[in-house]
Ligand binder design. Sequence first.
Ligand SMILES: [Zn+2]
Length: 231
Amino acid sequence: MPLNRNPKWFGLTQAQERRVGIDAILGIGGRLVLFQFKAWQSDRIKLECDQLKKLTAVQLKYPHSTFYVFPEAKDIYVASRDPCLFPKAWVFKPNDVVSHVSEGQNYISFDLDVAAKCLRQYRPSVHVSVDSACARLGCYCNTTRDKMLESALRPDSLLRFFTPAWDQIRRTADSDSIVDSIGIPIARNPQGLELDVEPITTEEQFEVLLGDREAGGDLEPGAYGFFIPSK
Ligand SMILES: [Zn+2]
């Protein structure tokens, strides 16, 4: 994958690892995108409702920051030599699902309907639209410049951060229409960052954002941060 910035992955599930990760990136400054990866369990994608609500709260504050990702293949050992960030994967946002959760419900689970691009639950009947990760987050599979640009201009696209020509494109394009709105802005000293939303400046603030008022709780397995330095 062509990169002009050096992104970092770190785990969010374990409180200790999360604190170390957040502390490190606070010193660098940039944008943090949260991913909750899900594996297939007996041909279902099963979401923990408590975590779903926490991630929805993050998404409501930072609309392009938080995604569930699951593989199309039910076999987790499928090779991943794809040039894209998430090969053959599907994406949805917590807020797409949370309204279908009823009071006191602990889990919600779905089948994938690839042809209809949706997650389905039968009783009660629920449809949730999903996008391929390429379509939602940016795609290097299409090699023409126009296709890549189109992909990079989507509001959720991660691609803009990695396309070497992006900064130049941004300078020449209508600047009002392109805002670095993706992710959660993170910096101990946010001066100099272009901000459209409130930045996270301390570890505690991040814990509160995750809904952990007693701070330091573990999250569901498979929660990761993808950090994109501002430079
Ligand atoms: Zn792709």
